[in-house]
Ligand binder design. Sequence first.
Ligand code: IMP
Ligand code: MG
Length: 176
Amino acid sequence: MREKIEVLITEEQLDKRISEIANQINKDFESKDIILVCVLKGGVMFMTDIAKKLKQTVEFEFIDVSSYYGGTESSGKLTINKDLETCIEGKHVILLEDIVDTGRTLSYLIEYLKEKNPASLKLCTLLDKPSRRVVDVNADYIGFTIPDAFIVGYGLDYAQKYRNLPYIGILHLDNE
Ligand code: IMP
Ligand code: MG
């Protein structure tokens, strides 16, 4: 199998759109302190880039859940591999995801974080694949709505590869 990557969103497009979302968050939160909760590992690039454009006091938190088992489809079962290290009760939380696909991960995380009683909880995803939704979830901030394709780059992986690409691409698996 040959792996080919077709550019879908360039570095410049990512930078422009991330600035727009950051501006919106700056408006919505003004002088409120924020805790950014990054969903590992895919959300890392997005978190670091958007955080640099935010004007409030920002704290970083990370959470890691397994829903993928090496393939290209998520399973319904989720486990927390790494939990938050701080108490988010009474705090303004923005959950940062790389992509919402079936919606299982995000809907699970929303319930999980809500139980911790944050002052507010917003969902921000770089990519949204609405055509694949199984669970009904809607993000408050969406970078790009994309077609049903398997995406890599800018944090997103295929079997742990391609996370370091500075752009977003569609992965094509060709029989040679
Ligand atoms: P969901 O639970 O099906 O919404 O999937 C969420 C997680 O699956 C995302 O946070 C990604 O880590 C991963 N995922 C979903 N679609 C893709 C893709 O096209 N490329 C790489 N990872 C993906
Ligand atoms: Mg993810």
